[in-house]
Ligand binder design. Structure first.
Ligand code: ADP
Ligand code: MG
Length: 477
């Protein structure tokens, strides 16, 4: 008897969830819909071709194992991909064997999808002036905002790789538009310039334009004043790669939205690339016309998150290296521990520190950094983060911080993990569930248990109590 599809997929999800971190699980597995189960072949629907490729590249081993566990050795997996260029999803099926003997086929060979072609027909455009093909455009790109200078981390992996894919194949991937969203200071502007620069590098003939939404709005208002709206529209319709930063600023600007809608449609039909940034995902944007929002969702929306400690350290190193400045590693780490709001503030703190040291002719030491951070962070209200706690605990016991996330049950690691949970509960506002997720993907009950264990040991074990007191001091430093 065939099993129920929902049940099978639920079970698969359980296995997968136990094997990867929650962020990845949320990003890559929760959006999947099981659509069919027949003859031990499970068909899952994924939102885009990119999604499918990502799964194949990163999770094929896990998927294979999971399917085998649930459906037996005969079990197989098929993907159904939603085409991005249409408002009604048109599922397209690829066959991917996950059985024992067969190798995994190369998706680019197996998929007869022509991503250049949308489902929309070419509509002749009255605005295009025949013969006027190439225009000279000042791209407004900033050299320093390159991919080379954009440090990769878990916080930005999807957005970065999608941006990279777009830059190497503008208009020809299914990420059109590519919408990058995040809170302030997390790299939207940088990444969107990086895409533009990379396109210029790869395809010198392509016209690339970076504009902020405010510039776009002002140009439009000017064009209305000067009665040359058509020139404005023509100009934008000839751009090969159009990058518009902070598109949420269109909110409430009815006329500009309307004209942008037409420009968008035209560019999209010609398979020209559109890159947008915003402070929120389309579903949460306010004051933007629904027809525009639905277009924003055609391609890929990818977010940038607050970088973890390692990435923050790497970002500081990159800046220092680029500027040819050396400062002690402990100072770099200290800055990265303390500033966990966003990257702009992290850079701000570094610049203040460099300025302090050169103005007062003081060498950069941990003490100087502490004094500066005390002042700097008072204004930005420093919060102790779970990352920071883990780092202090691991440094204290001299174990690598990655071990906290590992599955190991070695006594000293278990203890470090429990202490991290205990201090996170004590010093942060994070929920038990979120503490658990950050400390090796555990559930809230495990965190509670850890807190109890630490409390018990503090009462019964003198040595342990000393550890806890010393650590507490270090964390509050
Ligand atoms: P947003 O547009 O999201 O407000 P920005 O792109 O202006 O943020 O980024 C703020 C600062 O942080 C910039 O100086 C940028 O170079 C830097 N930055 C952001 N992300 C990274 C990264 N991944 N690697 C290196 N620097 C970064
Ligand atoms: Mg910006």
């Amino acid at each position: 008897m065939e099993k129920y599809i929902e049940e099978v997929w639920e079970n698969c999800l359980k296995i997968i969830k136990d094997n990867i971190n929650y962020q990845s699980f949320k990003t890559w597995f929760l959006p999947i819909k099981p659509v069919k189960l027949k003859d031990n072949v499970l068909t899952i629907q994924v939102p885009s071709q990119f999604f499918y490729e990502w799964l194949e590249e990163h999770y094929i081993g896990l998927l294979k194992k999971t399917i085998k566990k649930e459906l037996g050795a005969e079990g197989r997996l098929e993907y159904s991909i939603i085409m991005d260029n249409s408002e009604d999803p048109a599922p397209f099926t690829v066959n991917v064997p996950t059985g024992e003997k067969k190798a995994i086929i190369n998706p680019s060979v197996s998929m007869p999808i022509d991503l250049n072609k949308g489902n929309s027909k070419e509509i002749p455009n009255p605005f295009i002036i025949p013969g006027l093909k190439k225009i000279r455009v000042n791209s407004q790109l900033i050299e320093g905002y390159s991919f080379d200078n954009f440090v990769e981390g878990d916080c930005n992996r999807l957005a970065r790789s999608a941006g990279y894919a777009v830059a190497n194949n503008p208009g020809k991937t299914s990420f059109n538009p590519l919408l990058i969203y995040s809170g302030t200071g997390l790299g939207k502007t940088h990444l969107s310039h990086a895409i533009g620069l990379q396109v210029k590098n790869n395809f010198p003939d392509k016209t690339v334009l970076y504009v902020t939404t405010d510039q776009f709005i002002n140009q439009f208002i000017d064009s209305v004043k000067n009665n040359n709206q058509n020139d404005f529209i023509h100009f934008y319709q000839m751009i090969d790669v159009l990058i518009i930063d902070d598109i949420h600023n269109l909110a409430g600007k009815e006329k500009t939205m309307d004209v942008f809608f037409h420009i968008f449609n035209h560019l999209h039909q010609k398979s020209n690339q559109i890159v947008l940034t915003a402070d929120k995902p389309p579903v949460e944007m306010k004051g933007i016309e629904p027809r525009l929002l639905s277009r924003f969702k055609w391609g890929l929306s990818a977010d940038l998150q607050i970088p973890d400690l390692e990435t923050r350290i790497a970002i500081l190193h990159k800046k220092l290296y680029n500027d040819g400045i050396e400062i002690p590693q402990e100072v770099v780490e200290y800055l990265a521990y303390c500033i966990n709001t966003n990257i702009r503030e992290l850079e701000g703190a570094l610049i203040s520190l460099l300025a302090q040291s050169s103005l007062n002719k003081k060498t950069i030491t941990l003490d100087l950094a502490r004094q500066m951070i005390d002042k700097f962070v008072k204004n930005t209200s420093r919060e102790i983060s779970i990352d920071y706690i883990q780092k202090v605990v691991c440094d204290y016991f001299n174990i690598p911080i990655e071990m906290i996330q590992s599955k190991t049950r070695k006594r000293e690691i278990v203890q470090a993990r429990q202490l991290s949970m205990y201090f996170s509960k004590k010093h942060t506002k994070a929920s038990l569930a979120s503490i658990g997720l950050h400390c090796g993907n555990k559930d809230h009950a495990t965190v509670l248990h850890a807190c109890r264990t630490v409390n018990n040991l503090v009462e019964t074990d003198k040595q342990f109590r000393t550890f806890v007191e010393e650590l507490d001091k270090k964390i509050k430093l």
